[in-house]
Design a protein around this ligand. Structure first.
Ligand SMILES: Cc1cc2nc3c(=O)[nH]c(=O)nc-3n(C[C@H](O)[C@H](O)[C@H](O)COP(=O)(O)OP(=O)(O)OC[C@H]3O[C@@H](n4cnc5c(N)ncnc54)[C@H](O)[C@@H]3O)c2cc1C
Length: 458
């Protein structure tokens, strides 16, 4: 690829429809009908005659479901992800608001770092707040409305090949084995995807799996909210890893049905907020004053906990032997420390990679190398944001990238400057939200500006 990663990421942030109306794919099968799978199906509907989404859960049922155990936990939709959803589904905002999502413009968002309130970036992009089941069902509704997309409730058990070309997915439908034939298969089975095993079993290479320990403990609880339009729709309070606190951070969002969703997280042996009493006490005592509003509200139901062991990525782009007509998207390729809220936005960018690949009218008889090269840019960017922050955690011991000491010093300067300096905060938000590439923070002007802002603040 001749373009720089920064240019590739900028181009992916503007998803483009196909130039020609004739489909490049006959039948596409997407395995996994969660957020990444549905976003892939949305793009495929422009380029394929028909799209079948296979999931072990019934995707027409409402509410939470076993296939996404993380669904009970707080999910942030980053402004970058929200902009991509608006491009993929024009009118997404209105539909989301009509179904109870809460607007989160910059003025309704508050960010604290180590107890200090960060400056608000006035012209920052908007976002929405809602529960994960609401966000997922909004995306699903839009996709299932498309005339050439349908779902099949089945557990995928393997792939079928015709020589070097993937030609179908083996499925178990209520105990009966069958095959869903396909001209293109998309793996969207999440972080526990079995695609690597299936490739190895069929004699193909297994992609390298890279992991970084995170050992994160989440706890989420719901509270009753009385105001329809709260002054603060999204409040985050993070602690720097170097601070000796037992809570990594907390957040609360206004969500549908007149509720607050509040979350707190700790690393390693620290498991804050596992009981209702501990959760409410910490909200009231250990976080900025806005959190007391939630703590004083009525608790609805139990505290839901979740343990996230590691960030992981599978390097499909590096495979020398790869079957044709096969791609992988979403958490199946890379899943990160959820504290940074990147998953949905990364999945939307993977869908944009698929759109760009299919727009080039590729030969589906050859491996999708161009797709994986585009996706590598997205994964590298998200991985560098997530893991460079996590390497500062006391219990994380690598692997350290080259030049880590210098880059971590620069990061600390920039993050400190986001508390007081609008220009630095704007650039940083763009990168965290994946609208801009992390390299845009590593310029002499940005670093100097951050150093000066920190000196002024001192
Ligand atoms: C605690 C936590 C908090 C998070 N917070 C955020 C956040 O704030 N913001 C954010 O953007 N992201 C967040 N994420 C990440 C987010 O949940 C995912 O990135 C997002 O759901 C996209 O994942 P996915 O669609 O790739 O996979 P998943 O959502 O995991 O879905 C995988 C799908 O594949 C199906 N499946 C699996 N195997 C098979 C099979 N053999 N046959 C058929 N179907 C199968 C499953 O039923 C499921 O529907 C968080 C994650 C966790 C764990």
């Amino acid at each position: 690829m001749s373009r720089s990663p920064a240019r590739v990421l900028a181009a992916l942030n503007a998803v483009r429809p196909p130039d020609q109306s004739s489909p490049v794919v006959g039948k596409a099968v997407v395995v996994g009908g969660s957020i990444a799978g549905m976003l892939a199906a949305r793009v495929l509907s422009d380029h394929a005659e028909s799209v079948v989404v296979v999931d072990r859960d019934d995707l027409h049922a409402t509410g939470g479901r076993p296939g996404v155990p993380q669904g009970t936990q707080l999910h942030a939709l980053l402004p970058g992800g929200f902009l991509l959803l608006e491009q993929l589904f024009p009118g997404f905002r209105e539909q989301a608001l009509a179904q109870g999502a809460v607007e989160a413009p910059p003025a309704a968002r508050r960010n604290y770092l180590d107890g200090r309130l960060k400056v608000v970036v006035p012209d920052d992009a908007d976002s929405l707040a809602g529960s994960r089941p609401l966000l997922e069902s909004l995306i699903r509704q839009q996709v299932l409305r498309l005339p050439n997309v349908k779902t099949v409730t089945a557990r995928a058990t393997g792939l079928v090949f015709d020589g070097d070309v993937t030609s179908g997915v083996r499925c178990d439908v209520g105990g009966a084995a069958g095959v869903e034939h396909a001209d293109l298969v998309v793996d969207a089975m999440g972080r526990s995807s079995r695609l690597s095993d299936w490739l190895a079993e069929a004699g193909w290479q297994r992609p390298a799996l890279r992991r970084m320990t995170v050992d994160l403990n989440y706890a989420t609880a719901l509270f009753r909210r009385h105001e329809a339009n709260p002054e603060h729709a999204v409040v985050l309070a993070l602690h720097s890893p170097t601070r000796s606190v037992d809570v990594a951070g907390a957040a609360f969002f206004a969500i549908e049905d007149g509720r607050w969703m509040a979350m707190m997280a700790g690393y390693g042996e620290n498991r804050p907020g596992r009981t209702a009493e501990d959760f409410v006490r910490r909200l009231r005592e250990q976080f900025p004053p806005e959190f007391a509003v939630v703590a004083d509200s009525e608790l609805l139901g139990d505290v839901q906990t979740y343990r996230h062991a590691d960030s992981r990525r599978r390097d499909f782009h590096a495979l020398t032997r790869l079957p044709a007509a096969l791609v992988s998207v979403g958490d199946a390729v890379a899943s990160f420390n959820p504290v940074y809220g990147q998953g949905i936005t990364a999945a939307a960018l993977h869908a944009a990679c698929l759109a760009s690949y299919l727009r080039s009218r590729p030969d589906l008889g050859l491996p999708a190398r161009h797709f994986f090269a585009l996706q590598k840019v997205v994964v590298d960017a998200a991985w560098s944001i997530s893991t460079s922050a996590d390497l500062a955690l006391p219990h994380v011991d690598g692997p350290y990238p080259r030049g880590y000491r210098l880059s971590s010093w620069v990061s600390r300067q920039i993050i400190a400057a986001t508390v007081t300096d609008v220009a630095t905060a704007r650039r940083f938000n763009d990168v965290v939200s994946m609208r801009k590439h992390p390299s845009s923070l590593a310029t002499p002007t940005v670093i100097l500006n951050a150093l000066l802002a920190n000196r002024r603040a001192r």
